[in-house]
Design a protein around this ligand. Structure first.
Ligand SMILES: [Zn+2]
Length: 93
């Protein structure tokens, strides 16, 4: 689980980052590289056969363009209630 925070203070769980990388050999074909908690995966044949592929390399080198980022907003932490008495205080009155 990777947490990120927006400038407004909303906290998100970063679920996955997806890149669309064009195939180097087949025009018009895009491969999908997904990075999530389980690691990095690619949809191309080379990766399915367990070989390091060009697409993962492009993502790693920062040559894969802008990613699509999937975020899950998390509820804000419970607010503090400094004005509330504790249960013990009630019994000691
Ligand atoms: Zn690939």
């Amino acid at each position: 689980m990777t947490l990120v925070q927006s400038p407004r203070g909303q906290v998100y769980d970063l679920r996955s980052v997806t890149y669309r990388v064009p195939s180097a050999t087949t025009d018009g074909t895009m491969h999908t590289v997904v990075i999530d908690d389980a690691g990095r995966h690619c949809s191309c044949k080379a990766y399915q056969y367990g070989r390091p592929c060009w697409h993962l390399r492009a993502v790693k080198d920062g040559n894969a363009g802008k990613p699509y980022v999937r975020l899950m907003p998390l509820p804000p932490p419970p607010a503090e209630h400094p004005g509330l008495a504790s249960v013990r205080d009630l019994y000691e009155v």
